[in-house]
Design a protein around this ligand. Structure first.
Ligand code: ADP
Ligand code: ZN
Length: 682
């Protein structure tokens, strides 16, 4: 890491003590400050200090200190805020690694690991421990015994993970195979050894049920983190974890940074979930950061899922990750029966497009008669998703984003799904004036009204992000469904994950093709995962489940393998395709995204960037694609272009990007961001 003085660089010969302080400023190294004599014994890596920066006083974190030549402009540290480092040694190394791996400054990465509250307060951690009575004794409770005896498969998995200790492990288990119970047992084993555990769930799956299970087992030894905590609540939780008052943390990706001093185990449930990649600086992937943290602390990493990411499953083939499988659901529940319905055949037979196949109708009818729950899934919200003029062909789209507008009947408005744009429903075409606008396409809202027409006596509910905007509404809908007050629940991917509704015996997927045609090399993977997860919602109670998948591409390998719930077969086909196209896991991608309001200037800069990058990449080790417009070309008035760099040596790519950006001047009206290992390129 290159260091730089915060002031002017005039030579002087005086020998002084200096501290290097990381600040959350983009593209900046750590800054040098002078350590006044009275602080010389207090400065250690990991303590907070107050420093002058430009014309403000700010809080920074010491990352190192040394003796050296002073420069005239070197400014003094104003105050040392902590007696002891607030960070562990591994935090400093982890954040430095993050800054190198994910293209940000050390300070930006470090700030991810420190509670925000602490970065705005000058009191010491000891002061807060006192104030919130964190260190006062609490009764140590014992762990409640498990209500279950492990199945043979569960015991084997537990054994394997322990046998292979030291190597990351993947528990690949079908939905309902009891992975959670295995996690709980592992956590207990580490507790017995005096070690703490972090258990990560994607936010959406932090369902009441999982919380309940963990609380029942671990009561006050557990801390649950979630994104709705206030900064003060987060800070208090941090203090409790740091002081050793709790030994288990359950939470979303940020819980990885729980400051345990004796970390023994990191569990990542549903490791393939894309919410594990942070979409703002630092753009880290939780799984990779967890691997690094495990390496630094000696903790065991365990990942669990029914549908591993291609990267993780491939790492099992190469021997870097140990793999344990759970092939059966617990208590002999069978996996649901899946049936594919070919909608193009249905179309030919009926000579008109239909929403529901006869098969799906029959099965819904049967469920209504038998008073069992039905879940209908469509990954598109709104009523009409495509409005075009039959006279002139115009498609109504958002002026700021250039994406088609969606009609929402509930609001009586046309909405853009990418910005806040809204307008009244139009009857005449804004271009030619003819009253020939056709409201085509279909979202969950229209689906709801269609189902109501076909099944007038059914009680229908809907859960999508339109509903989610009304506070508490989704929870209410889900509760009503659980209590049987709703017969048919319609939803988007929001309801695909994590929810356990024992009374659901039928799941219908209205259009399985929705995600397959997206211009994204992960489209197959995402669709397979989604279909498997949706199917996994069926038959979690005593009655076996049925799943009906409607599709226009019934022989697509993703649809076929998803219908057989055959991950391994899907994987073997998909990994070949990735290899052929040299996509991850066979390469690394780095996406450079450029945004600006004036498209010509944006393009000029993109071309300049490309030209300079090519100079560094002379031997063509990396492949550069673009500049090309992003699939969503214009968003909130900003044009968006990108350069995609693909290669096998990530460090080299990043080095070339650093060199390139150091030699060209980016116009301030253009935003540039570097996304390493992107999970989405829309
Ligand atoms: P997964 O996470 O693999 O989808 P879960 O952990 O949710 O599966 O387990 C499904 C259900 O099976 C849960 O209700 C859980 O309490 C129950 N269960 C887990 N292990 C056992 C067991 N050994 N015996 C009986 N029931 C079990
Ligand atoms: Zn818009």
């Amino acid at each position: 890491m290159k260091l730089e003085a915060a002031g002017e660089e005039t030579q002087s010969t005086e020998e002084v003590l200096k501290a290097q302080i990381a600040l959350p400023i983009p593209n900046s190294p750590a800054y040098d400050y002078k350590i006044p004599q009275e602080f010389s014994s207090k400065i250690k890596p990991g303590v907070r200090v107050q420093i002058p920066f430009r014309n403000k006083k700010i809080i920074g974190v010491v990352v190192s200190h040394d003796k050296g030549q002073s420069f005239k402009g070197l400014r003094d540290i104003i105050a040392v805020l902590d007696e002891e480092p607030i960070l562990r040694e591994c935090d400093l190394m982890l954040s430095q690694w993050m800054s190198e791996e994910y293209y940000c400054s050390w300070g930006e990465a470090l700030n991810q690991l420190i509670p925000n509250y602490l970065l705005s307060k000058t009191s010491s951690v000891d002061f807060f421990n006192e104030k919130y009575k964190i260190l006062e004794d609490s009764v140590s409770v014992s762990v409640a015994p498990s209500p279950h005896e492990l199945t043979e498969e569960q015991s084997q998995v537990l054994d394997l993970v322990q046998r292979e200790e030291g190597k990351p492990a993947l528990i690949q288990g079908v939905t309902g195979s009891g992975k959670t119970e295995v996690y709980l047992r592992l956590i207990e084993k580490y507790l017995d050894r005096g070690k703490s555990s972090i258990c990560l769930f994607p936010e959406i799956a932090l369902s009441e049920q999982i919380k309940h299970t963990f609380i029942e087992r671990f009561s006050s030894r557990l801390e649950i983190l979630h994104s709705r905590l206030t900064p003060l609540e987060k800070f208090k939780a941090w203090l409790k974890i740091k002081s050793g008052k709790v030994q288990i943390v359950l939470g979303p990706r940020s819980a990885l940074f729980a400051p345990f001093s004796n970390l023994g185990l990191i569990i990542i449930d549903e490791e393939q979930e894309f919410t594990y990649k942070q979409d703002q600086v630092p753009r880290y992937h939780t799984r990779e950061a967890a691997k690094k943290l495990a390496e630094l602390t000696g903790a065991q990493l365990v990942m669990g899922t029914a549908t591993p990411s291609l990267e993780t499953r491939y790492a099992c083939d190469s021997g870097a990750v140990a793999r344990a499988v759970l092939t059966k659901r617990v208590t002999d529940r069978t996996l649901p029966q899946v049936e594919i319905v070919d909608m193009s055949e249905e179309f030919q037979r009926k000579k008109r497009p239909v929403l529901f196949s006869d098969r799906l109708k029959e099965e819904i009818d049967k469920n209504l008669q038998e008073k069992q729950g039905t879940l209908i899934f469509l990954n598109r919200r709104g009523f009409s998703t495509f409005i075009h003029c039959l006279s002139c062909g115009t498609i109504l789209s958002c002026g700021s984003c250039e994406v088609p507008l969606t009609f929402h009947m509930g609001d009586g408005k046309l909405l853009c799904h990418y910005c806040e744009f809204k307008c009244k429903v139009l009857l005449n075409c804004p271009d030619c004036g003819q009253p020939t606008l056709k409201y085509g396409g279909m979202g969950t809202e229209k689906l709801e009204s269609e189902i109501a027409k076909v099944f007038p006596r059914a009680k229908i509910g809907r859960a999508d992000s339109d509903i989610a905007r009304k506070k508490g509404k989704v929870t209410q809908v889900l509760n009503d469904f659980k209590e049987g007050k709703i017969d048919i629940l319609i939803g988007t991917q929001m309801i695909a994950k994590g929810f356990d509704f024992p009374q659901v015996t039928l799941v219908g997927v209205v259009l399985a093709d929705v995600g397959l045609s997206l211009p994204d090399f992960r489209a197959n993977e995402k669709t397979f995962q989604l279909l498997t997860q949706v199917a996994g919602r069926a038959g979690r109670g005593d009655v076996p489940g049925r799943v009906i998948i409607q599709t226009y591409q019934h022989d697509h390998h993703v649809i076929q393998n998803a219908s057989r719930q055959d991950y391994e077969h899907f994987y073997s086909e998909e990994v070949e395709r990735r290899k052929e196209l040299s996509y991850p896991p066979f390469s690394n991608l780095v996406n450079i995204i450029l945004k600006g309001k004036v498209e010509k200037r944006l393009l000029d800069f993109a071309n300049e960037l490309r030209f300079h990058f090519d100079q560094h990449n002379k031997d063509k080790e990396s492949v550069v694609l673009g500049p090309a417009p992003l699939p969503i070309h214009k968003l909130r008035d900003y044009y968006r272009w990108h350069l995609m760099i693909k290669g096998t040596d990530k460090a080299k790519i990043l080095q070339h990007i650093r060199e390139t950006l150091a030699e060209i001047k980016k116009p301030s009206a253009i935003q540039l961001l570097v996304d390493v290992d992107p999970v989405s390129v829309l």
